[in-house]
Design a protein around this ligand. Structure first.
Ligand SMILES: *[C@@H]1O[C@H](CO)[C@@H](O)[C@H](O)[C@H]1NC(C)=O
Length: 140
C-alpha cells in the first residue's frame, strides 16, 4: 500500500490547485480571435473567398461589393484563404499566430482593385499584402 507523508500530500494538493488556477487563467486570457475579409473592389464586383484551417473549412462565399465575411475562433489555428474576383486571385494566411510579419487577434483584410490589403482594424491603416495574380482557368 502506498502511503503519502503529509508533506507529499500537501505538495500534491498545491500542485493541483496551481494547475486549476492556470486553467482558469488561460480560459479568461484565452482571447478570441476575429478575422474579417471585406470586398472593397468596386461597385458591382463580386469577391469569392474560401478560407480553411486544418480542421475547419469555412466554405466558399460570394461577397458583394462592400460586404464582409467575419469569423471568430478560440484556438490559434492557422487559417489560409483563397480569394478571387474577375481579374485576379491570391492565397494568403488570414490568421497566423506565429506570423513574423504581423500579429493580430483582430485581423482585417480588404480586397481592392490593385491588391489585397492587410488592414489594422482599429485605425483602418492599410498595407499592400498580395498583388493579384491572373486567375487560373478552372476548366482544362
Ligand atoms: C461602400 O463603402 C464605402 C465606404 O464605407 C462607401 O463610401 C460607399 O458608399 C459604399 N458603397 C455602396 C454601394 O454600398
Amino acid at each position: 500500500m502506498i502511503r503519502f507523508s503529509s508533506s507529499k500530500l500537501g505538495m500534491m494538493v498545491s500542485f493541483i490547485l496551481i494547475l486549476m488556477w492556470f486553467c482558469e487563467l488561460s480560459s479568461i486570457v484565452g482571447a478570441t480571435n476575429h478575422v474579417r475579409i471585406t470586398n472593397q473592389l468596386s461597385e458591382g464586383m463580386d469577391l469569392t473567398i474560401h478560407c480553411k484551417s486544418k480542421d475547419n473549412d469555412l466554405g466558399v462565399h460570394q461577397l458583394a461589393y462592400n460586404a464582409s465575411f467575419p469569423w471568430s475562433f478560440d484556438d490559434n489555428a492557422l487559417y489560409n484563404c483563397h480569394v478571387e474576383w474577375l481579374h485576379g486571385q491570391t492565397d494568403f494566411d488570414a490568421f497566423d499566430a506565429s506570423g513574423e510579419q504581423y500579429r493580430c487577434s483582430d485581423c482585417c483584410w480588404a480586397a481592392r482593385i490593385d491588391a489585397l490589403y492587410y488592414v489594422v482594424c482599429e485605425t483602418g491603416e492599410s498595407n499592400t499584402w498580395n498583388k493579384w495574380t491572373p486567375r487560373r482557368t478552372l476548366s482544362r
